[in-house]
Design a protein around this ligand. Structure first.
Ligand code: C2G
Length: 138
C-alpha cells in the first residue's frame, strides 16, 4: 500500500481543494490529511470559518480522503511521515520548496495550485459574482 500525506486548513471547501485531494490520492492508495487545528490556524494567522470538528467532518466525507489527523505544529511532519510510513508527501506549489527536508524520508511532490479560487474569495464574494466569475474563467 502506497501512503500519501498532505496538510492544510481546508476551510470553506472549494474545487481547488478537491483538485488537490484528487491528484494527491492518485499518487498512491491511501491518503492522509493533516488538518490544521483551530489553534494551529492561529499560528498561521488564519481564522477559519468552520471549526476543526466541522472541517474534519467535511473532509472525511470526501471519497479521496482515507484518514484525517490533527495538524497542531509545524514540526510534526517528520514524525507523522515515520508514524504512518508515508511514501509521498504532497502540497500545492504555493509551498514549493518549503518541505524539501522531508525528501530524506519520502518522496516530496508539489502540485500546481488551482487558479482563481480560495476560501477567502468564496467567503467574501456575493454568490452571484461567484457564478459570473466561474463563467469568465471556464
Ligand atoms: N490549494 C490548491 N489550490 C487552491 C487553494 C488551495 O491547490 N486554489 C491547496 C494548497 O496549496 C494546499 C491545500 O490546497 O496544498 C490546502 O490549502 P489550505 O487549506 O489553504 O492550506 P494551507 O493554509 O496552505 O496550510 O503545514 C502546511 C499547512 O497546514 C498548509
Amino acid at each position: 500500500m502506497k501512503t500519501v500525506l498532505t496538510y492544510g486548513t481546508f476551510d470553506v471547501l472549494h474545487y481547488g481543494h478537491i483538485n488537490l485531494l484528487k491528484r494527491a490520492k492518485a499518487l498512491g492508495d491511501y491518503l492522509i490529511v493533516g488538518l490544521s487545528s483551530d489553534e494551529f490556524n492561529a499560528l498561521k494567522n488564519k481564522k477559519s470559518f468552520y471549526s476543526y470538528e466541522h472541517r474534519k467532518l467535511i473532509l472525511e466525507a470526501i471519497k479521496y480522503v482515507d484518514l484525517v489527523i490533527p495538524e497542531d505544529t509545524w514540526e510534526q511532519k517528520v514524525s507523522d511521515v515515520k508514524k504512518y510510513s508515508v511514501d509521498v508527501f504532497v502540497m500545492g506549489d504555493d509551498w514549493e520548496g518549503k518541505f524539501d527536508f522531508l525528501s530524506e524520508y519520502c518522496e516530496v511532490s508539489y502540485l500546481p495550485r488551482t487558479p482563481d479560487i480560495s476560501s477567502t474569495m468564496v467567503r467574501n464574494q456575493p454568490p452571484h459574482l461567484i457564478s459570473n466569475y466561474s463563467d469568465e474563467i471556464s
